[in-house]
Ligand binder design. Structure first.
Ligand code: IPM
Ligand code: MG
Length: 356
C-alpha cells in the first residue's frame, strides 16, 4: 500500500514527521513517498501543486497532508498561492466529502475555552462538502493592481454555486454516517437569504426521506455557530457546504481544547482519501518545535481506517493518543497547570512508546 506524504509549509513538516514515525512503527510495510506542496513547492518549482506531486497523490492509496501557506505569499497571483495546492488536490481527486470529527477527550476537558460541563463527552461530526460552493464558483472577479498599487475603485466577486447532484451525494454521506452514530443530522444553511442554500435545504430534505430512522433538522448557519458554543452536545452529525463547514469546523475545534487535536479525512467516491489536520500551517510557531502533532497522528489513524482497511491499527493509534494524554503530556496549545509540557517531537515519541 502506497502513501503519498505531502508535508507542505510551516508546522506541516514538523507534525507530519511525527505521524510518519508512528505509521512506520506499526510495521505494516507501507510504501511512503514524499513530495513538495504549497509554498515549498512554489519555491522549488514555481508552482504550489507541481504535476509530479499531483500525480503521486492521484496514484497513491492515500495521501497524508500537513498544511500549506505563509503570509509571505499573500502578494502572489492567486493561482500561485500555497492554498491553491490543497484546493487543487481536493478538486482533481474529487474529494467531495470532508469528515471533521470533534471529540473532547476526557483529559482535555479543562483545555477547552468552554465550561467543562458543556464539552465533557462531546462527540460530534462535521461533514463538510469540499469541492463546490463559493470556493470553486465561476465567474470570479478580482481587483487588478496597476504598478503594484490597488486603485480602490475596482470591485471583486466570487460566485456561490451548488448543483443538485453535488448536494445529494454529500447528503447521503451525512445520513450514512449518522446511521452509524446517534441517528441525528443537522443540515446547516442560509436558506433565508441565499438561493444556493434554499436548494441545499430542499435536496437534503428529499434525501432524508430515504433515511426514515434518522432525525433531520435544519439550522441557519449563524444560529448553528451560536448553538455550537451554547450547547454543542445537542449535535450529532452536522452537514453543510464548503464555506460554512470551514468556519464551523474551526469553531468546533476549540470545543475539544485545541485545533491542534482535530483530524480530518477527505474522501472521493472511490474511497481514495486525503488526510490532514484541520488546522493550518501556523507560520507564527513554525520551526519552534512546539506544534501539536496529535491532529496529524489522528488523521493517520483515520487514513488507516477509511482508505487502508486497517481498523485495528487505527484503534492502536487512537488508544496510544489517549494514553499519552492520560500520562499528562501536553504540547503548549493544550497545556494547563499540573500537566507536563512537551515538544512536538517528545509528543510523537510518547505516542510511539505508548504504541509499543
Ligand atoms: C481548511 C483550510 C483551507 C480551507 C484553506 C487552507 C484553503 O482552512 O482546510 O479548513 O479553507 O478549506
Ligand atoms: Mg479552515
Amino acid at each position: 500500500m502506497k502513501i503519498a506524504i505531502l508535508p507542505g509549509d510551516g508546522i506541516g513538516t514538523e507534525i507530519v514527521a511525527e505521524a510518519v514515525k508512528v505509521l512506520q512503527a506499526l510495521g505494516l510495510g507501507f510504501e511512503m513517498e514524499t513530495a513538495l506542496v504549497g509554498g515549498a513547492a512554489y519555491e522549488a518549482h514555481g508552482h504550489p501543486l507541481p504535476e509530479a506531486t499531483l500525480k503521486l497523490a492521484m496514484q497513491a492509496d492515500a495521501v497524508l497532508f500537513g498544511a500549506v501557506g505563509d503570509w509571505k505569499y499573500d502578494t502572489l497571483d492567486r493561482p500561485l498561492r500555497p492554498e491553491q495546492a490543497i484546493l487543487g488536490l481536493r478538486k482533481n481527486m474529487g474529494l467531495f466529502a470532508n469528515f471533521r470529527p470533534a471529540i473532547c477527550y476526557e483529559q482535555l476537558v479543562d483545555a477547552s475555552s468552554l465550561k467543562p460541563e458543556l464539552v465533557a463527552g462531546l462527540d460530534i461530526l462535521i461533514v463538510r462538502e469540499l469541492t463546490g460552493d463559493i470556493y470553486f464558483g465561476q465567474p470570479r472577479g478580482r481587483r487588478v493592481a496597476t504598478d503594484g498599487h490597488f486603485p480602490g475603485s475596482e470591485e471583486a466577486f466570487d460566485t456561490m454555486r451548488y448543483s443538485l447532484p453535488e448536494i445529494e451525494r454529500i447528503a447521503h454521506v451525512a445520513f450514512q454516517a449518522a446511521m452509524k452514530r446517534s441517528k441525528r443530522v443537522t443540515s446547516v444553511d442560509k436558506a433565508n437569504v441565499l438561493e444556493t442554500f434554499q436548494l441545499w435545504k430542499d435536496v437534503v430534505t428529499e434525501v432524508g426521506q430515504q433515511y426514515p430512522e434518522v432525525a433531520l433538522d435544519h439550522m441557519y448557519v449563524d444560529n448553528a455557530a451560536m448553538q455550537l458554543v451554547k450547547a454543542p452536545k445537542k449535535f450529532d452529525v452536522l452537514v453543510t457546504g464548503n464555506m460554512f463547514g470551514d468556519i464551523l469546523s474551526d469553531a468546533a475545534a476549540m470545543l475539544t481544547g485545541s485545533i491542534g487535536m482535530l483530524p480530518s479525512a477527505s474522501l472521493n467516491s472511490k474511497g481514495q482519501g486525503l488526510y490532514e489536520p484541520s488546522h493550518g500551517s501556523a507560520p507564527d510557531i513554525a520551526g519552534k518545535g512546539i506544534a501539536n502533532p496529535l491532529a496529524t497522528i489522528l488523521s493517520a489513524a483515520m487514513m488507516l481506517r477509511f482508505s487502508l482497511n486497517q481498523a485495528a491499527a487505527a484503534q492502536r493509534i487512537e488508544a496510544a493518543v489517549k494514553s499519552v494524554l492520560q500520562q499528562g503530556l501536553r504540547t503548549a496549545d493544550i497545556y494547563s497547570a499540573g500537566t507536563t509540557k512537551v515538544s512536538t517531537k517528545q509528543m510523537g515519541d510518547a505516542v510511539l512508546q505508548a504504541l509499543r
